[in-house]
Design a binder for this molecule. Structure first.
Ligand SMILES: NC(=O)c1ccc[n+]([C@@H]2O[C@H](COP(=O)([O-])OP(=O)(O)OC[C@H]3O[C@@H](n4cnc5c(N)ncnc54)[C@H](O)[C@@H]3O)[C@@H](O)[C@H]2O)c1
Length: 406
């Protein structure tokens, strides 16, 4: 099946980004929202984004004009009747999304694929609002859509292989890299793997164990702007809070429970970069530390030991979750690593990192943290223990989660 006509429902931050990249890639796109004003704001955002790409020399005048000419606007959902693919990007409200899916199912011809850009609502629950669950799929873009290369393609329980294939090919035809999420797993892959580390980072601040800057420096991501606290500030503390809570509600696994500090900061309007303050202060236009230093006059060797503990508490949660995602058959090791690299701009994925450290070292560190804290979140998943027992230790043994044999 060939996709030609695309209907994007919702002209907000994600919807207008998806409409832009689809139109830029030559698809005829109809963007739909509830009012002319919302549509106008969406098109304005597209014009401005294309204008920036043009001024940076990344696209030509002709490409910008062709993209804009490919976009039609409507406030009528009935106009989805001619589409091959619908991408839904309305607000994250399960009742709203389910009613929209039921309506699209009534309007669209049988061949139309219905995709959702939901961050956390199970695809299977949206699919069950339609008479075509085999044609319902998740297409989880990352914002800003024109800049972020990752798209997670998510299978609901009843999504057909053909629908996954077509959705995957379409997303790649937009110049995106895709990660196939083979099970309808809360948080999909990128968020699922990285949220436990982000939460642990907030807990260390809450406990007074480390300051935001120490945490970002410990990971080596401070200068590049990809430390956990910077990632949370950039995405928005409210967004991180909601994403963690959604996974917690689905799994009741305490490692996803947002810490009280995060909740208080959201309530106080400290939402990160967009509100001028989060774990850093941006009100001067720069990123400045303002959380108090936690240990004044701390001897250097104590500090070094504390920083090693900070690093272990940051590395382990994401590594262990990445292993659990592979063990559950949700995604391949390659896709798990790609999700972290592209979704969070990390220099390498957690499984590549585990392979480099040595899976036996990772296992020992996890066991030690588990012994010290008694917390189940540090207990290594069976797959990691089995791999070490089998001598699959990563790079040094030629095989771990990836193969290093020439
Ligand atoms: N913001 C992000 O970084 C991000 C990242 C990945 C996924 N998502 C998901 O994408 C979806 C959209 O998020 P957003 O940030 O673009 O929200 P947004 O609020 O910017 O945009 C939502 C748009 O949907 C419109 N809308 C509401 N009801 C509608 C209806 N019945 N028909 C047509 N349009 C309707 C609204 O008027 C609004 O313009 C959510 O499910 C969100 O979880 C967001």
């Amino acid at each position: 099946m060939e996709i030609q006509e695309v209907f994007v429902l919702g002209a907000g931050f994600m919807g207008n980004g998806i409409a832009q990249v689809a139109a830029f890639s030559g698809y005829r796109v109809t963007m739909c929202d509830v009012s002319e004003e919302r549509l106008e704001a969406g098109v304005q955002a597209i014009r401005s984004s294309l204008g920036k790409l043009l001024s940076k020399g990344r696209i030509t005048d002709g490409q910008r004009d062709a993209a804009l000419a490919n976009i039609n606007l409507t406030t009528r959902m009935e106009d989805a009747a001619g589409s091959d693919l619908v991408v839904e990007a309305v607000p994250e409200d399960p009742a709203l999304k389910r009613s929209v899916f039921a309506e699209l199912d009534r309007i669209c011809p049988p061949h139309t694929i219905l995709a959702s850009n939901t961050s956390a609502i199970p695809i299977s629950s949206l699919a069950s609002a339609t008479s075509r669950p085999e044609k319902v799929v998740g297409l989880h873009f990352f914002g800003p859509v024109p800049l972020m290369r990752l798209v997670e393609v998510i299978s609901g329980l009843r999504t057909s292989e053909e629908t996954m294939r077509v959705a995957d090919e379409w997303a790649r035809s937009l110049g995106k890299e895709t990660v196939l999420v083979l099970k309808d797993h809360a948080g999909f892959v990128a968020n699922r793997v990285n949220i436990p580390t982000n939460i642990e980072a907030v807990r260390m601040i809450e406990e007074g164990f480390a300051a935001p800057e120490e945490i970002d420096r410990a990971t080596g991501g401070y200068e590049a702007g990809v430390g956990p606290m910077q990632i949370i500030d950039n995405a928005g503390l409210d967004v991180g809070y909601r994403a963690a809570l959604a996974i917690y509600r689905d799994t009741l696994d305490p490692k996803f429970l947002p810490p009280p500090l995060l909740k208080r900061m959201v309530a106080a309007g400290l939402l990160g970069r967009k509100s001028g303050r989060g774990f850093y202060d941006y009100s001067t236009g720069k990123r400045e530390s303002y959380f108090p230093a936690v240990r004044i006059g701390e001897p250097e060797e104590d500090r070094a030991a504390r920083m090693q503990a900070v690093l272990n508490r940051l590395l382990l949660p994401a590594v262990l979750e990445a292993v659990a995602v592979v063990e559950a058959g949700v995604a391949t090791p390659e896709d798990v690593d790609r999700a972290s690299r592209l979704g969070f701009n990390l220099p390498f994925g957690q499984l590549e990192m585990a392979d480099s450290l040595g899976l036996d070292t990772v296992l020992e560190t996890a066991m030690a943290l588990h012994r010290e804290t008694g917390h189940p979140k540090f207990f290594p998943p069976p797959l990691l223990r089995r791999m070490v027992a089998a001598g699959l230790l990563g790079r040094k043994s030629g095989r771990g989660f990836h193969s290093y044999v020439e």
